[in-house]
Design a protein around this ligand. Sequence first.
Ligand SMILES: Cc1ncc(COP(=O)(O)O)c(C=O)c1O
Length: 332
Amino acid sequence: MPQRGDAPRTAGDALFTLPAGVAWPSHTQTVLDHVGNTPLCKIADQRFGARPGVELWAKLEGKNPGGSVKDRAAAMMIMHGIATGKLKPGQTILDSTSGNTGIALAMMGTSLGHRVQLCMSAGVRVEVKQILFAYGADVVFTDPAAGSDGAILKAQEIYQASPERYFVPDQYNNPANVWAHYLSTAPEIWQQTEGRVTHLVAAIGTGGTVMGTGWGLRERNPGVRIVAVEPDEADHGLSGMRHIPSTMRPGIYCATGFDQLIRVSTDSAYDMARKLARQQGLLVGASSAAVLTAAQEVAAGLEDGVVVAICPDSGDRYLSSNLFDRGTEGGR
Ligand SMILES: Cc1ncc(COP(=O)(O)O)c(C=O)c1O
């Protein structure tokens, strides 16, 4: 494990330094204790880029208790908030979210005795809304035309009206989001591949997954190549992912945190989602399919390697969308 004072691995980044005393949350005796340790599933089928010498693995974050990779960031941000006295008893947890972070906060907030208020686009899928209502969260819907930035601005407005009432995890700017992946996702991948991982492929939403996992893997082996994935256009259907050139840049986003950026179209990701379900029995969400599309491209360019793709959530969170609608002839 790195120690405080270790030199940052990349230029100019306090982001890539772990403060003293920060550790992965454990022994909370709540659902938080079951976050992480998600399966790494091998995709051996050559149609997806695997071949002799080139391994392709999918880390299935949908297996977290809240159903997504965001359980990791939420657990770390909440427990760090408690540890630093920023989250006080009786305060409401308030944030903006495209869905999965909200679900994670709602699940964990309720397990720790806090109310949770979330701002999100009214265009969010019905599955997400129903899960949030099931956990008892208060949801403030914002204009879908304003995208995720509209939800961010609404959460800021609510907070500024009475700041003493709220704890805002602020996943876009909270380094605990990055630490979560540095302390959990990276060591898991390292252990699960027995230190053989050569390429990490992960989607950018807040950037927490790419920055934190990439940092932790580079520290174990500076030769690991970190590949970030973003939608190829501003108006995309890859829920949870961010098109950085056209949106507010998250505070935890750092271009030195990855080696390569691959842009994926919504159509190619949706095609991949259907193929994964029908040819591999892997039901993953749209962003996972985008990541595996990029991972396929990475694998195609290798002579040998061990490519790990982080799949943020599962396909059952998208059943009301058109993700699995088309291309059903013969199921393939
Ligand atoms: C479905 C989905 N994909 C990808 C991501 C990207 O994760 P990160 O915020 O760590 O960049 C998220 C985050 O919200 C997500 O919900």
